[in-house]
Design a protein around this ligand. Structure first.
Ligand SMILES: NC(=O)c1ccc[n+]([C@@H]2O[C@H](COP(=O)([O-])OP(=O)(O)OC[C@H]3O[C@@H](n4cnc5c(N)ncnc54)[C@H](O)[C@@H]3O)[C@@H](O)[C@H]2O)c1
Ligand SMILES: O=c1ccn([C@@H]2O[C@H](COP(=O)(O)OP(=O)(O)O[C@H]3O[C@H](CO)[C@@H](O)[C@H](O)[C@H]3O)[C@@H](O)[C@H]2O)c(=O)[nH]1
Length: 344
């Protein structure tokens, strides 16, 4: 079955890879994005890679119902929505919490209201593993307690709860996907992660060090209660994550009666910062100079998924490992030293 899918934030890192996967599956897409943290060039390349023009763009802010109305009226009826648009920097959320509540929660509320009005009640929402807070037991199961410790994660949990209330009405189909740490890029090197300014996240920082754009990596803390003292995360290839969205949407559309799902999307493998450095060096042959500095405020020692529910309910498991994550992320960095600003 091919569908018409509305994708908010479709030009961003995860959104662009997902648009490519969905176009290749024959779906028709309408993307809503204000390019707050992305570039139209990403969508141009997605269409080029998919050799498809079944992607329409409505440029504008998610919080503006007129923008969303335009997207709903842009073609045949929308079967489902994948909602990526939002803000994602933990430190920024502490410094400017109201902006996070506005974009992440209020934006999702406006989206849900417009969906109701158009009779479209099928939604895949980008949640985060950070809703688990600072857990002590691993791996993390979806039924475990949530205890978000910063405004970013608090806004995501609030959206999960808001959507839960809609599902209790009996007519919404919602999947909240709790992503762990997506990294890497499409193997073509044409689309990838394009952070503005100094990267916050480990992987893009490493690839910029490898490219000589930064002199060394700063490892945030080596005094965590982990085997080598550095933070552990569950890194997954962005193409695996993109594929999870197609699978989830199809599952939801076939779900009778309508229901809400909350699913971890991770590999189940925990890697420390030093593991990632070593893996990148082995995959690329490039040495990554680093120094250990103080912990970054807000970081937790460890996050690691139990991926069983994703497999049992959605039939999805991650297929790519650290070598592919490093190789593809590095290919993207080499081909696009300044991200999409390195066009063509
Ligand atoms: N990347 C991660 O590590 C990660 C992990 C867990 C969850 N998430 C969540 O997944 C989603 C996608 O993440 P990403 O890494 O692709 O981020 P991203 O910043 O690359 O993409 C987000 C997209 O949303 C757009 N956007 C932001 N505010 C908007 C608004 N008000 N109106 C319209 N468009 C808007 C941006 O321009 C961008 O294209 C986010 O909601 C994020 O919180 C990301
Ligand atoms: O320059 C750096 C950057 C990061 N780290 C460490 O690397 C690990 C991963 O950090 P990062 O890549 O910034 O990811 P997280 O802090 O885990 O957060 C990401 O992953 C979450 C899901 O787990 C998402 O919700 C967030 O949006 C996303 O930024 C942590 O131990 C950091 O302390 C460093 O040592 N040096």
């Amino acid at each position: 079955m091919t569908c018409r899918i509305l994708i908010t934030g479709g030009a961003g890192f995860i959104g662009s890879h997902t648009c490519l996967v969905l176009l290749e599956q024959g779906h028709s897409l309408v993307v809503v994005d204000n390019f707050d943290n992305s570039s139209p060039e990403a969508l141009r390349r997605v269409q080029e890679l998919a050799a498809s023009d079944a992607l329409q763009l409505v440029e504008g802010d998610l919080r503006n119902p007129d923008v969303l109305d335009r997207a709903f009226r842009s073609g045949r009826p929308v079967d489902g929505v994948i909602h990526f648009a939002g803000l994602k920097a933990v430190g920024e959320s502490v410094a400017d919490p109201l902006r996070y509540w506005d974009v992440n929660l209020n934006g999702s509320r406006v989206l849900a209201a417009v969906m109701e009005r158009h009779g479209c009640r099928t939604l895949v929402f980008s949640s985060t593993s950070t809703v688990y807070g600072e857990p002590e037991q691993f791996p993390l199961h979806e039924g475990m307690a949530t205890a978000p410790v910063h405004p970013y994660a608090q806004t995501k949990l609030a959206v999960e709860q808001m959507l839960g209330a809609l599902c209790r009405s009996g007519s919404w189909r919602v999947a909240c996907l709790r992503y762990f740490n997506p990294v890497g890029a499409h193997p073509s090197g044409r689309i990838g992660e394009d952070p503005l300014g100094i990267p916050n996240n480990l992987f893009p920082f490493i690839t910029q060090v490898a490219a000589g754009r930064r002199d060394k990596l700063r490892v945030f803390g080596q005094d965590y209660p982990t085997p080598d003292g550095t933070g552990i995360r569950d890194y997954l290839h962005v193409m695996d994550l993109a594929e999870a969205h197609g699978v989830t949407l199809t599952h939801l559309l076939n779900q009778e009666p309508p229901t809400q799902l909350t699913v971890n999307i991770g590999t189940g493998t925990g890697l420390s910062v030093l593991d990632v450095i070593k893996g990148f060096e082995q995959a690329t042959g490039i040495t990554i100079p680093y120094e250990v500095v103080a912990r970054r405020p807000g970081d937790v020692p460890r996050l690691q998924a139990c991926p069983r529910q994703a497999e049992a309910v959605l039939g999805w498991t991650a297929r790519r490992g650290l070598v592919e994550m490093c190789r593809d992320g590095w290919a993207w960095q080499q081909a696009n030293p300044m991200g999409y600003r390195s066009a063509p």
